[in-house]
Unconditional design. Structure first.
Length: 238
């Protein structure tokens, strides 16, 4: 396993709870839209055993052509060891990245793409939408639906309806409004549905989509292949 050490180049407050950390791109580090990485803080590997409290699985919220690795995360008390440590870091602080992979690349199959997310999960979809805007071929259009009870929605300049580009973006802060809209979207029997959020959120979306005939192969989860059976009810959840 190769560990890429790099530095924070900029910290942006996206809203009152969410920050994006921009990191210098280390030599040899590559990624595509929908990628996640293990984001580790200094000291995580200094003992006999790795300190897992200083490591988190994070989505990369930028594309390579933006010239920086973006990590977008929410800070909400009580802080974990990871968040408490990260919140104290400044521009120039060192962090580590390893095990980078994409479970949710943009599928170009001549159908519509639906991006279903909760809160800061939208960060996973930012580079997917950028990739589509850059090269929309073989995709009918993109519809993003995000629920965030804080009402402080993320990336609203990018996630805005654009009929000329076949992009629709909707934000809601109520659970009922969200699932009413998911039911409407599920009327597209050929659509591809990407789901990002907490585990319970993912399972609830799968249940709703299945009720309307959406098949397993039409759903994209930001989970490793070995984890997927647990979400689709193919093995007992442990």
């Amino acid at each position: 396993m190769h560990i890429y050490w790099t530095k924070i180049t900029k910290i942006v407050n996206e809203n009152s709870e969410v920050k994006t950390y921009f990191l210098e791109v280390p030599e040899g580090f590559t990624w595509i839209e929908g990628s996640h990485t293990h984001f580790a803080l200094k000291g995580f590997n200094e003992g006999e055993k790795p300190n897992r409290g200083l490591v988190r699985h994070m989505s990369i919220s930028t594309l390579p052509e933006e010239g920086a690795i973006g990590i977008t995360t929410r800070f909400r008390p009580p802080y974990s060891e990871f968040k408490a440590t990260l919140d104290q870091l400044e521009v120039g602080s060192e962090v580590a990245l390893f095990k980078t992979h994409s479970n949710v690349p943009l599928r170009r199959e001549h159908t519509s793409i639906y991006l279903l997310s909760s809160g800061v999960g939208l960060a996973t979809f930012r580079p997917i939408l950028l990739e589509y805007m850059k090269r929309p071929d073989s995709v009918k259009g993109i519809y993003s639906l995000n629920i965030d009870s804080s009402g402080e929605y993320l990336f609203t300049e990018l996630f805005a309806s654009n009929p000329a580009k076949n992009v629709t973006a909707t934000f809601v802060d109520r659970r009922k409004d969200y699932y009413d809209e998911v039911e409407n979207l599920a009327q597209d029997s050929e659509g591809i549905f990407y789901i990002v959020g907490g585990d319970d959120f993912i399972r609830e979306n799968i249940e709703v989509l299945r009720r309307f005939g959406i098949r397993r192969e039409q759903m994209m989860l930001d989970k490793r292949e070995r984890q997927l059976p647990m979400f689709f009810g193919e093995v007992p959840v442990v």
